[in-house]
Design a protein around this ligand. Structure first.
Ligand code: GCU
Ligand code: CA
Length: 138
């Protein structure tokens, strides 16, 4: 199925601010989390039924160094201190992708900094649900 986009500026922000001073973002801005451990953005994703999903997090990291972060789905870490490697500038955006099993109903997807540098700047979460192949009756 086509992905559904969830902008970071519409998500729950734990220690951070919405900004728009680095171009190339989607929507009305991006989240600049505070440069502290645990700063985070948390999205709510509601699905009609459980499904495997590809989670694509768009970010920019002009710091010159990795900004590792946990990716936490419904309270469970699915990517521990995952790399959000440096991009060439704060205006250069790239994707980090993980897969996770999402539940029917409300899910949370949280990206939380694991170092005192905070996260990369976060633009959006795209959620693409896998659909079962159509069965052909022989
Ligand atoms: C700069 C940049 C911010 C970024 C910050 C950081 O201040 O303008 O967008 O979030 O660095 O190092 O986290
Ligand atoms: Ca920051």
């Amino acid at each position: 199925a086509a992905p559904t986009r969830y902008e970071a500026e519409s998500a729950t922000i734990a220690q951070g601010v919405v900004e728009s001073n680095h171009s190339g973002y989607s929507g009305s801005g991006f989240v600049n989390t505070d440069n502290v451990t645990g700063s985070a953005v948390q999205w709510t994703v509601t699905l009609p039924s459980a499904a495997n999903a590809t989670l694509t997090i768009r970010y920019a990291n002009g710091s010159g160094a990795n900004r590792p972060a946990d990716i936490i789905v419904n309270g469970a870490v699915v990517s521990a201190a995952g790399a959000f490697n440096a991009t060439s500038a704060w205006t250069t955006w790239t994707d980090k992708t993980v897969t996770a099993l999402l539940a029917a109903g409300t899910n949370t997807v949280r990206v939380a900094a694991t170092t005192a540098q905070g996260t990369a700047n976060l633009d959006y979460l795209d959620v693409e649900v896998s659909t079962a192949p159509t069965q052909t009756l022989l």
